[in-house]
Design a protein around this ligand. Structure first.
Ligand code: SF4
Length: 206
């Protein structure tokens, strides 16, 4: 397989064995649903809203917690910028590999572009080097071809904060992606990383 998403790369980095279970054997394990549901609802509402649809009925059935997150997003400064696209798949080629994923929203202010990613849960600990940041910045930069600036913005709805990463590491990012995609493709036996087992959804049978 030569197509990789940020989640695939993150999983491999976390534990190659987990990658094997999840993406090669395709074994799925149920996840806790509450935070997941909140995130799904906020993403869906944001997409309808940005596309100009009437969401008044949907807003009325939100729980207080969901409404709080949604109102924070709706009033976020980056959410007010000019809409370009939302919830769309974008990929780019790095060497022999395709990398890509689904972007929450792309907005702009003149020729300055912003990739928005809404987080109702945790924001990556090292956002600048997170595979989601790397993949989306590279994919959007290739898609836009020319722009004044490109910035990835994690909108942290838990803490009402924005985490911004400017796109200025193209070569470093491409080298990193080539390295990990090659590692995955060349791997024969997927080793365990036992430091991560405590929080792993596969630990019941691994
Ligand atoms: S239980 Fe541990 S070794 Fe097994 S897949 Fe999960 S993290 Fe990897």
């Amino acid at each position: 397989m030569n197509n990789f998403s940020p989640n695939m790369l993150k999983t491999f980095k976390e534990c190659p064995k987990k990658y094997y279970y999840k993406y090669i054997e395709k074994i799925s394990v149920p996840q806790k649903s509450t935070p997941f549901e909140k995130g799904k609802k906020v993403h869906a509402l944001a997409n309808y809203y940005l596309k100009g649809e009437d969401i008044s009925k949907l807003e009325k059935v939100l729980t207080p917690d969901e409404a709080h997150a949604w109102n924070l997003l709706k009033s976020n400064e980056y959410f007010q910028k000019t809409y370009v696209n939302s919830e769309y798949n974008l990929s780019c080629k790095i060497g022999d590999f395709w990398v890509g994923g689904r972007i929450d929203a792309l907005v702009k202010d003149g020729d300055d572009y912003y990739i928005l990613d809404y987080k109702t849960g945790a924001v990556p600990q090292d956002p600048e080097h997170d595979y989601q940041t790397i993949v989306y910045l590279l994919a959007v930069s290739k898609f836009l071809k020319t722009c004044n600036s490109l910035t990835f913005v994690y909108i942290d709805l838990k803490n009402n904060m924005n985490h911004k990463i400017k796109f200025n590491k193209k070569d470093e990012y491409e080298t990193e992606l080539l390295k990990i995609c090659t590692q995955i493709t060349d791997m024969q036996n997927f080793p365990s990383n036992t430091n991560r087992c405590k929080y792993c959804e596969y630990n019941k049978f691994c």
